[in-house]
Design a protein around this ligand. Structure first.
Ligand SMILES: [Zn+2]
Length: 374
């Protein structure tokens, strides 16, 4: 099977895609390039109308290829956007097969290795006239901003019930079937300003109240499946003023959605109590950024992946991720799926890299899944 993957062509595609700027919400140019390529591969292509809702300058891209085999359709999905620094990316291919950026941007293997891999798999199918089941491809916008493109997506545009999302670090064979809820929150402690020298007793110290509350919190690992963090704090106006306001921002993650909700509530209550004790008030808001899911080990989407691994001679490595992906959105809209390793390491940093070898294996995994006959 591997012989059919055209290594040079795949590399060319990857390098070309990396050279296109596609920061979150600015995926238009990438979208046009992918439209062109998918059409050339014989798929029917549609850009959806989610741009005004998602805030991106283009919609999600959906492409379909009717099956030559009578099978259930399957969705192959990745995202068009890359994290910052995202402008002026350039892929540098090293002698040892590593591919890095020029050092001052991300590489964008997250998630362009997926996009390149899926395109190569489709190309091989077309060239070789290889039988395949019905294929649906979805390239989303704004994934890096808690899956805004996926959230706005109309699921009725898809026939598939099963999804493979290539958007995970690690070697081919690795897959995540479980991801957490992530809830972000902001709490403002509202104290009272007063001159810190002349009349400190007339003030209510918002920063001190916030400090007390934070001191009472359990941060880090709250239990075996939950974490909590205060990541930002700001407050006060000058060294000689009792701070009137202090704003803290943080997040809670848990594989249990209910636990994430409860933990967030507990944090807000802790601030409320500390504020009450000092005669202050708080204003709190929280937002469910993504919702947890867990795909059953016995589900067809897992079984098919395990068979594909065996066909490729790799050991399936089913685990979990403590980060989000578009699958958080789709799984909570009734789809079953896995997030698959997609030739990306050190993601979300300028030292992000991939390798020619892993790129080929991602394409091979996509090809294997698309052309399996069972
Ligand atoms: Zn990603």
């Amino acid at each position: 099977m591997n012989k059919q993957i055209n290594r040079e062509r795949l590399l060319d595609t990857f390098v070309k895609l990396v050279s296109i700027d596609s920061p979150s919400y600015k995926e238009r140019e990438m979208c046009e390039e992918l439209k062109k390529r998918l059409l050339a591969l014989g798929l029917s292509v549609e850009e959806d109308d989610t741009a005004p809702v998602s805030g991106s300058n283009c919609g999600n891209l959906i492409a379909t290829l009717p099956g030559t085999l009578e099978m259930e359709p399957v969705l192959y999905c990745g995202h068009m956007d890359t994290v910052s620094p995202a402008y002026g990316k350039r892929a540098v291919i090293h002698d040892d097969g590593r591919i890095t950026s020029a050092g001052d941007t991300v590489l964008g293997a997250d998630d362009l290795s997926c996009v390149a891999g899926i395109l190569e798999a489709l190309q091989v199918i077309k060239e070789g006239n290889i039988s395949h089941g019905p294929i649906e491809v979805l390239f989303t916008t704004g994934e890096e901003v808690y899956g805004t493109g996926a959230s706005a997506f109309d699921m009725t545009k898809l026939q598939s019930k099963d999804a493979y999302i290539f958007d995970l670090t690690g070697q081919t064979g690795r897959a995540a079937r479980k991801a957490p809820s992530i809830i972000s929150f902001q709490i403002e402690v509202k104290g009272k300003a007063s001159h810190a020298g002349f009349a400190p007793e007339k003030g209510i110290h918002a920063v001190q109240i916030a400090s007390k509350a934070i001191g009472r919190l359990q941060l880090g690992h709250v239990d075996e499946e939950t974490t909590a963090n205060i990541g930002l704090i700001s407050g006060g106006a000058a060294t000689n003023i009792v701070p009137e306001s202090c704003v803290v921002r943080g997040e809670v993650r848990s594989y249990s959605h209910q636990k994430a909700l409860d933990e967030t509530e507990l944090i807000i209550e802790t601030f409320e109590k500390a504020a009450r004790e000092a005669g202050a008030e708080i204003a709190a808001e929280s937002k469910v950024c993504i919702k947890a899911y867990e795909t059953d080990l016995g589900s067809p989407v897992v079984k098919r992946f395990e068979s594909a691994c065996r066909m490729m001679g790799v050991e399936p490595d089913l685990g979990e991720t403590f980060g989000g992906s578009d699958l958080n959105v789709f799984a909570n809209k009734g789809m079953e799926g896995l997030v698959l390793a997609s030739a990306m390491e050190n993601c979300h940093s300028c030292s992000e890299y991939t390798t020619v070898e892993e790129l080929c294996r991602v394409a091979e995994m996509a090809l294997t899944l698309m052309t399996m006959t069972e």
